[in-house]
Design a protein around this ligand. Structure first.
Ligand code: SAH
Length: 348
């Protein structure tokens, strides 16, 4: 039976809405986009993924998100974050605190060679819009980052309050895992880290250098590791340099690591992951990534859909441990219509 949680009319509306206020052309690529892989044994098609949807409650309402989205501009980082909170896109203290700690202006390429509007740092970095980061890629709009983090947060809280976060859990699904994380730590994979911004915000949420005591009244998450992976050399460097500007301590404490790797294959070395965020649209759902989720409820937020066409953001939860891939081992929920740059195939 085909079950889909969002009406077709809404999806068309959300998709159209997503295009309206784009201040820049966000989709010019200089990465070759190879033909879609049609090996059905390896890749779950986006049609198939809809067939296995089992509706569960989601913490966020896509409709509410759309109403506030694109309007959360600020003159400062704090103002941008406050606007996201007012629009109820940022809902939790954990996500808000992490956003406040990471100044988005450190992750944008500011062209000072011209006098265009985008030179005005106070204007561009805190605009609720995607921005160019070079190599034909873009940093996503703040509301998309916030939305993705709010989707991921309940899972991080769940693993922080249960024994399941122990690193040994789920290792048999990941034979190449080195499991060198300390027991009880959270592991997060950010695929397509680009500017390094979201990787850094995630790092602030699980910062190893902050003790539970130092976290004050906000319910603490376990400390952990965030692995940002990126396929373009220049963006791996950009990411690292951006993080070094004001967030070097996240490297020093081994909270954040940036690695050149192909998102289609993930990073099995450090799997299983409690959460995976994918920042580029996969035309089919990468099964390798699904199998790197923690088997006791690891969650992935991923856009799936054709390059330049109708894409949906999905929340995929791994609900059963199984050595081999079975569709029924995953709960899949479509969240909202989106438009992302493509997750490219590479020879890595
Ligand atoms: N989330 C980031 C970047 C989003 S743009 C940010 O907000 O800054 C998408 C990124 O995915 C780009 O940097 C692109 O180079 C990267 N990407 C595309 N295909 C990839 C792949 N197969 N593996 C890893 N990264 C990939």
């Amino acid at each position: 039976m085909r079950v889909f949680p969002i009406s077709k009319q809404f999806r068309v509306f959300a998709f159209a809405f997503a295009f309206l206020p784009l201040p820049i052309a966000p989709f010019s690529y200089n990465i070759p986009v190879p033909p879609a892989c049609n090996n059905s044994k390896l890749f779950l098609s986006s049609n198939n993924i809809r067939n296995i949807v089992r509706v569960s409650n989601t913490s966020a309402s896509p409709f509410k998100m759309s109403l506030g989205a694109w309007r959360c501009h600020g003159a400062t980082n704090r103002e941008m974050v406050e606007k996201l909170a007012e629009a109820r896109i940022i809902k939790s203290p954990q996500v808000k605190e992490a956003f406040l700690k990471v100044d988005r202006s450190n992750f944008l390429v500011v062209d000072t060679s011209t006098t265009s509007r985008r030179d005005t740092v106070a204007e561009a970095p805190y605009m609720d819009a995607p921005q160019p980061i070079g190599c034909g890629q873009t940093i996503s709009a703040p509301h998309m980052h916030a939305y993705a983090l709010e989707e991921i947060l309940p899972t991080l809280i769940k693993f922080s309050t249960s024994d399941d976060s122990a690193a040994g859990e789920g290792t048999r699904t990941s034979p190449t895992s080195t499991n060198n994380n300390k027991e009880g730590e959270l592991r997060i994979l950010d695929v397509g880290c680009g500017s390094g911004y979201l990787t850094t915000v995630l790092g602030r949420m699980v910062d190893r250098s902050i003790t539970n005591k130092g976290r004050g009244p906000i319910p603490p998450l376990h400390p952990g590791s965030v692995y940002g992976i990126e396929v373009v050399d220049a963006l791996v460097t950009l990411s690292r340099n951006n993080i070094l500007k004001e967030n070097k301590d996240l490297f020093d404490s081994d909270t954040v690591t940036v690695i050149k790797a192909d998102g289609w294959k993930g990073l099995p070395k450090y799997a299983p992951y409690h959460a995976i965020h994918v920042g580029a649209a996969a035309e089919t759902c990468p099964m390798d990534l699904m199998m790197q989720l923690h088997p006791n409820g690891g969650i992935m937020v991923i856009p799936v859909g054709p390059n330049g066409g109708m894409q949906d953001l999905y929340r995929i939860e791994r609900i059963r441990d199984n050595e081999v891939y079975e569709e029924t081992d995953f709960d899949v929920l479509a969240l909202l219509g989106v438009r992302y740059v493509p997750l490219v195939h590479s020879d890595l």
